[in-house]
Design a binder for this molecule. Structure first.
Ligand code: PA5
Length: 449
């Protein structure tokens, strides 16, 4: 049984159920494009059956490799950018102690990330820490040619080889890349790194349930079997439901499409749990890179409440009315913390003494939803019973399929990202890469440098 539920009650003041159901035919067609592989980008649909096609044996193999890497590492560095790191980070942060790096008895290794920026300070700080710690790393790049992780890997590999010697360093590097192509593939082959394959038909932002996400997640000590099992449940559910009626995946896609058609062009994903922050980042990439093309698409944003109620709350309540919210609502937490009674009650909190923090957080959530709805911000709620690997696996597949359906409803290719190339071309030209000479001259003139 799937545990991800959709609640649209606070939407119906803006869009009626009938208005959403009028997209029944479009949802049907979008589902056909996905399952019959007849839509744009149909050579990138490997994610659809990835959970069911991933064998338990393969998961066990990854788990065993992860155990070896864990044993030799205080720190595990995940080198990648975009879809090659966000999914892993989303799951790892959602399921780890918030302060694991400060805890002496927390199971090692501590996971850190590199190659997701080109900051000199960031990498220099990391190298100082790595000087003192035992570490291993995964370098993840489907294309094997992305500049940010390539730079970080070049520097980290040099550091690792200096620290352990070339031979021992080899045992501490895992490469996750294309089966046939790319500079990383060539390097991994020539250096005999243990390698995993990013399937040809799985794009970066849909790759978290492939070795791209699974290996780092397993190194973090998370049960990848439960994660994939959760996704398998949603995969099975989606295929059986495959129409709009009673199907939260399709209803979510149709509801956000109806909102978009009514002028709501920004979706704010809201969480009330800091551990979900990177799930929001992953969501932003998934929907932003999939939908934002041909001058179309909902702009995916994210906030962390109640923190951001004290920064973005004002805008959401009273700013431009082109936004809607999707709240990730988590019903229960395994840990319990109650507000103590105080004799003096100077802070005037005795009226909630004895209550759990989760209850207060829940009332903040419900109160905010009503306030924002009253302020003309339509609200969608995605209900999760709790945060665990199984539920996150379901949620990941839920978003992946909704995103594909949403993209097809917009009549765009949800699986390419042509716009990402523009900045790369300019960066290469400005850095003087061979073959970009004309562009270099043009940019220097424009930038007056
Ligand atoms: O979703 C995508 O395809 C992108 O975000 C990529 O994941 C990102 O650009 C990194 O690419 P690569 O894995 O080829 O280094």
């Amino acid at each position: 049984m799937i545990q991800v539920k959709l609640e649209l009650n606070q939407l119906y003041g803006f869009i009626s159920k009938d208005e959403i159901l009028q997209y029944e035919r479009q949802i049907y067609n979008a589902y056909r494009k996905v399952y019959h592989k007849t839509g744009a980008g149909n050579d990138f649909l490997g994610w659809v059956e990835l959970p069911s096609q991933t064998s338990d044996n393969f998961l066990e193999q990854i788990q065993q490799h992860a155990t070896l890497l864990r044993a030799q590492s205080d720190i595990f560095v995940v080198v990648g950018i975009g879809g090659s790191y966000l999914g892993a980070r989303a799951v790892i942060e959602a399921l780890s102690n918030h302060f694991s790096q400060l805890s002496s008895d927390y199971p090692h290794p501590y996971i850190v990330y590199a190659g997701q920026n080109i900051s000199e300070d960031y990498l220099a700080d990391l190298l100082k820490i790595l000087d003192e710690k035992d570490y291993s790393m995964a370098v993840i790049s489907k294309s094997g040619t992305t500049t940010e992780p390539a730079i970080a890997f070049r520097i980290l590999r040099r550091h690792l080889e200096k620290k352990y010697g070339k031979e021992a360093a080899r045992q501490r590097i895992v490469a996750i890349t294309d089966q046939h192509r790319g500079a990383l593939k060539q390097l991994a082959d020539s250096e005999s790194y243990v390698s995993y394959v990013v399937p040809d038909d799985v794009g970066g932002r849909y790759s978290v349930l492939s070795p791209v996400g699974l290996l780092p997640i397993a190194v973090a000590g998370i049960d990848i079997q439960a994660l994939v099992e959760g996704a398998r449940k949603m995969e099975k559910y989606s295929r059986a439901a495959n129409n709009i009626h009673g199907n939260p995946i399709a209803m979510y896609a149709a509801a956000r499409h109806a909102l978009y058609q009514s002028g709501k062009t920004i979706e704010i994903l809201v969480n009330y749990e800091p551990r979900m922050q990177y799930m929001t980042e992953w969501f932003k990439q998934l929907f932003g890179e999939s939908e934002g093309k041909e001058h179309k698409g909902i702009f995916p944003a994210g906030v962390n409440f109640t923190t951001d109620l004290h920064s973005m709350g004002q805008y959401i309540q009273e700013g431009l009315r082109n936004i809607f919210e999707t709240v990730i609502s988590i019903e229960s937490s395994d840990q319990e913390l109650r507000i103590p009674q105080e004799e003096t009650d100077l802070d005037q909190l005795n009226y909630i003494a004895g209550k759990r923090l989760s209850e207060v957080n829940r009332m903040a959530e419900l109160g905010t939803i009503v306030a924002h709805v009253d302020g003309a911000v339509p609200n969608i709620r995605i209900l999760l019973p709790k945060i665990n690997a199984d539920v996150l696996g379901q949620l990941i597949y839920f978003f992946e399929m909704s995103c594909a359906l949403s993209g097809y409803m917009l009549n765009i290719n949800p699986f390419d990202q042509p716009g990402v190339e523009a900045y790369k071309t300019n960066m290469f030209a400005l850095l003087g890469k061979k073959g970009f000479e004309t562009k270099t001259a043009e940019l220097r003139k424009r930038l007056n440098i």
